[in-house]
Design a protein around this ligand. Structure first.
Ligand code: SAM
Length: 343
């Protein structure tokens, strides 16, 4: 059953809770804008110094699945396999019937207490905390998809019917949100884990509404996955044969998975495929206390790979010192976001 809240000022706009996620087609008023995004808090990137802002926080509590693989195989988990593990694990959470799971884990907890099985109780408490945290972060707060924050971050680009390249696309959410804002977009999604094409994107709900623009009237319009012409390419980004042919090159949660010696290469992946004057958009998870707690509690679900949490200043400095001009920078609920062009 849907639990619907309608914004009376915008009759077509509403938010609704399904068992797995939130739908949110509410726009924000000018007054509300700062609730969803804080932009351009940094005025001068050229004077930013590493010694003043420190380096990112590295997340070091890893998933049990990664640790077990490494003990069994006596070597470090290869990056590609770690992404396959991550994508399967993360996808399972997006499709959960969250209220149903909350009931189930509560029952398992009381059963373990009644039977006085301390190991089961400990596991049940862990499950209970995880599902409640997921319910709050993803379903109630909509912190992961964050459509209002992302719309606020992505608005105002000078593009018409852009070609969008999404590097490390996973389920492709942000490219679809961009395509709704800029009608006539064509999307190319790239991920080297075929599960992303077949399942994470393949099974992404056709009924999920993306709020965007109607090019004919200039008013708001709802779009769906099937409205966006999309090609999904299963390939390593390093093997792509495109030239600098895209109006927008996008990545979400990619840069923070590479240590400093590889950051320049990751920035280059974006620059290489963007048209002269085109936009590069990147987001990374924020280094805030609640995110540190989230990655600690959700380690088994999320932490199969190298991962950093960074501030907007740290993220911006990586891009600035690797030759990008930062046009717009800001943070939304759980991510930093930067819109940049090549310098
Ligand atoms: C952390 S995920 C992106 C976050 C995403 N929004 C999500 O919901 O999972 C990064 C994605 O990049 C992909 N990826 C990492 N390195 C890649 C590479 N060299 N080539 C292609 N895809 C890559 C991974 O398979 C993964 O799906």
């Amino acid at each position: 059953m849907l639990d619907i809240e309608t914004d009376l000022n915008q009759p077509s706009a509403h938010t609704a809770l399904t068992p797995s996620y939130r739908i949110d087609t509410r726009n924000y008023s000018e007054k509300e804008y700062n609730k969803f995004v804080k932009v351009n808090t940094v005025k001068d990137w050229s004077s930013m110094k590493w010694k003043d802002i420190g380096r990112p926080f590295q997340v070091t509590s890893y998933a049990k699945e990664k640790k077990e693989w490494e003990v069994e195989n006596r070597r470090e988990l290869p990056a590609h396999t770690s992404w396959e593990m991550f994508n399967k694990s993360f996808h399972e959470w997006f499709v959960k019937d969250v209220p149903g799971e909350m009931d189930k884990t509560k029952k398992a907890f009381f059963t373990s207490l009644k039977q006085f099985k301390p190991a089961d109780t400990k596991a049940a408490v862990g499950d209970l905390i995880k599902i409640h945290l997921w319910n709050y972060v993803h379903r109630i707060q909509d912190g992961i998809w964050d459509p209002r924050g992302k719309r606020a971050l992505f608005e105002g680009l000078d593009v018409k019917a852009p070609r969008i390249l999404f590097l490390g696309a996973a389920e492709g959410y942000e490219a679809m949100q961009l395509a709704a804002l800029y009608p006539g977009s064509e999307i190319v999604m790239v991920d080297y884990d075929s599960f992303c094409k077949d399942t994470r994107y393949g099974e992404f709900l056709e009924s999920y509404p993306f709020l965007g623009e109607n090019p004919l009237t200039g008013s708001k319009k709802i779009y769906y996955k099937t409205d966006f012409p999309t090609e999904y390419v299963v390939s390593d980004i390093r093997k792509l044969g495109y030239t600098n042919e895209f109006d927008i090159v996008l990545s979400v949660g990619l840069l923070e998975h590479f240590p400093d010696e590889l950051k320049a290469e990751v920035v280059e992946w974006h620059r290489k495929f963007v048209k002269p004057g085109g936009y590069m958009i990147m987001t990374t998870p924020r280094a805030q206390l609640r995110s540190k707690l989230y990655y600690e509690i959700m380690a088994d679900v999320m932490n199969h790979t190298y991962r950093e949490l960074m501030t907007l200043e740290q993220m911006g400095l990586y891009l600035y010192e690797n030759g990008l001009d930062i046009l717009r920078s800001g943070y939304i609920k759980v991510h930093n976001g930067i819109v940049a062009k090549a310098r």
